[in-house]
Design a protein around this ligand. Structure first.
Ligand SMILES: [Zn+2]
Ligand SMILES: [Zn+2]
Length: 267
């Protein structure tokens, strides 16, 4: 399983432009070189800075339609940069946004596909399970998903952003599917850590701080869902917490890697 983090910031970072430096762009990552998860308004700059091969991308999966995770202009730009010999780029997003996406991407080489908040689908050679996330929505409709993704090598990643405490649906799935397999914990978890190591009101808005991540990990570890080989990364870091990368990484050591823009890892 190969992960490449293109953006690791929450929605309060200014756009750093072409060179991210010590800043953070909005959340986006690539799994195994071909599956992009989330595509916010700074993703194309990250693709250029980190040398992403756009022809290797086959699909973009959107966890939720907040503007730091979905930007149609960036999806359009990625689709236009891909070779016309390739099949259209596939875009997966909450089904409530499919019609809007089809209008915004009309005429582009993008095939829009919808999924429900609780759903099971295949994309880019991976199996996706979508679950409700404990995350705010301005739409009076539940649209945010946590994603459990199993790749072609049968390795499984839990993509937990954006979100606060895990909803019971997630717990029930993890407990049912993973607890009995005591020899097979999750391979990786990507936790959202918007509030860093601080206490902040945004924990009630659908975000997490480190005390919450640590507590949720402890429960998952108790039931064998997190094991000694489970890699854990923290991302979606807010600028408002004002901890620099080194001090926040020190606070969450040794069990968690604080992701940064451009981090690539394979395991
Ligand atoms: Zn976000
Ligand atoms: Zn969000």
């Amino acid at each position: 399983m190969k992960l490449q983090f293109l953006g690791t910031g929450a929605a309060d970072w200014p756009n750093p432009g072409k060179d991210v430096g010590h800043s953070r762009r909005y959340s986006s990552m690539i799994l195994d070189g071909n599956v992009m998860i989330d595509c916010g308004p700074m993703t194309v700059d990250a693709i250029e800075e980190f040398g992403v091969e756009v022809n290797a991308l086959s699909c973009v999966v959107i966890s939720h339609p907040h503007s730091d995770h979905l930007n149609f202009k960036q999806v359009t730009e990625i689709a236009r940069r891909r070779s016309k010999k390739l099949p259209p780029l596939e875009l997966y997003l909450n089904k409530l946004f499919v019609e809007l996406a089809r209008v915004r991407l009309c005429g582009e080489r993008v095939e829009v596909k919808g999924f429900q908040q609780t759903d099971h689908f295949h994309a880019g050679g991976c199996e996706f399970r979508s679950f409700p996330a404990n995350h705010m929505s301005e739409m009076n409709a539940p649209v945010a998903s946590h994603l459990v993704i199993t790749n072609a090598e049968e390795r499984t990643l839990f993509y937990q952003l954006d979100g606060s405490w895990l909803p019971p649906e997630v717990w029930k799935y993890l407990f049912r599917e993973w607890h009995p397999k005591t020899d097979k914990a999750l391979d990786a978890i990507i936790w959202e850590l918007t509030c860093g190591n601080q206490v902040d009101w945004r924990q009630f808005e659908g975000h997490a701080n480190f005390a919450m991540v640590r507590e949720m990990t402890a429960v998952l570890r108790e039931y064998g869902i997190v094991g000694t080989r489970t890699r854990m990364f923290c991302t979606h870091i807010a600028k408002f917490i004002e901890d620099d990368h080194e001090s926040l990484q020190a606070a969450i050591t040794p069990n968690y890697t604080l992701a940064y823009d451009g981090l690539t890892t394979e395991f």
